[in-house]
Design a protein around this ligand. Structure first.
Ligand code: 13P
Ligand code: SF4
Length: 331
């Protein structure tokens, strides 16, 4: 099979023998191809269950940096697989569906951001990892929701900073650190969809429940949250907490791991402000177990990068990874 079989929109559209046990086949392919499957918590449960490592964006970047596998199969979205490729130019990095993008990353096009940066000279640029390689190449340091606060605090108080692309995470870090970072006006479509009114009602119906939220949520939701953190931090909080019920304001995929790790506890997905009551990320959910199997079998779709762009985007990622190591933030 060659690239000609790649569906025009970016995934392999090949029929799979229905008698195959895809779980078994994926295990065989892992050995045969010396491949590792890295998955984000927002992937569907079947994908999480075949993954060798499941994590948040920081954990995934650290795992991608340290793996000795020959092939990295990235069950996540494009900017995550691209980050893995930036760190591993000589490895094959596969993404089951190349269309798996990110609304937050899309909210910050490099030419517009370059003009914004030029309008505000003298600023250091911190970019959330949820951005394209083009934005990374225009940045000084990358951060994730796990390390953003510590990275900002590691800089001198009078350092002028531009924070991109997430205005909600940036605003939250401004509040926590007392800084006044200049924020790019971007946001994640999933985390902006929660309904304050419905969450408030839910809290009234479950007075003992703790509301836990991702910092990509809007300020109004964060203000009433009992705990705020990255996906891994939210998961760890539910494992350690003595409480039994949690209203979870982030993408619903994380509930699978929360339930697996704390079987006796109750997890309620925070209600969004839409009619289908769904807070799934449409980009993350483009990956399926079938597409994962096909991409491992045929070695595509693959992330391919321009070398000059890769090198420019690597610098601020390396800075984040070494700062994280220094700060003791390991996956
Ligand atoms: P983290 O997994 O780093 O918390 O980020 C959440 C997210 O929106 C990933 O796309
Ligand atoms: Fe992007 Fe939001 Fe989806 Fe994460 S959940 S991939 S930030 S659109």
């Amino acid at each position: 099979m060659d690239a000609g079989n790649l569906n025009k929109v970016g995934f392999l559209d090949v029929a799979i023998d229905p008698s195959l046990d895809i779980f078994d086949e994926i295990e065989k392919l892992k050995k045969e191809k010396k491949a590792i499957i890295l998955a984000h918590y927002y992937q569907e449960p079947d994908i999480q269950d075949v993954a060798d490592y499941i994590g948040d964006s920081l954990g995934l970047a650290q795992k991608a940096e340290s793996t000795d596998a020959e092939v990295i199969v990235f069950a996540g979205v494009h900017f995550m697989a691209e980050t893995a490729k930036i760190l591993n130019p000589h490895k094959k990095v596969l993404l089951p569906d190349l269309r798996a993008g990110c609304s937050l990353s899309d909210s910050c096009p490099p030419p517009l951001f370059k003009a914004f940066k030029e309008k505000h000279p003298g600023h250091l640029v911190i970019s959330y990892i949820n951005c394209s390689a083009g934005i990374k190449a225009l940045s000084d340091i990358i951060c994730t929701s796990s390390n953003a606060q510590l990275i900002v605090e590691s800089l001198p108080k009078d350092q002028k900073i531009i924070f991109a692309p997430d205005k909600n995470l940036g605003g939250y870090i401004n509040k926590k650190t007392g800084r006044n970072m200049l924020l790019w006006n971007g946001a994640c479509m999933v985390h902006e969809i929660f309904s304050l009114q419905k969450i408030t009602k839910l809290k009234q119906r479950h007075p003992d429940a703790k509301l836990i939220a991702h910092p990509e949520c809007e300020d109004a939701v964060l203000q009433i949250a009992d705990f705020i953190g990255s996906t891994t931090q939210l998961l760890k909080y539910t494992e350690k907490s003595k409480d039994n019920t949690f209203i979870v304001a982030t993408e619903a995929g994380i509930l699978h791991k929360m339930q697996q790790n704390s079987p006796g506890k109750t997890f309620i997905a925070a209600p969004p402000d839409n009619a289908c009551a769904c807070n799934d990320c449409p980009h993350m959910k483009l990956n399926t177990l079938e597409k994962l199997y096909l991409c491992m079998k045929y070695g595509q779709p693959e992330i391919i990068m321009d070398e000059e762009l890769r090198l420019a985007a690597k610098k601020p990622i390396d800075r984040m990874l070494s700062l994280s190591k220094k700060l003791g933030l390991t996956a």
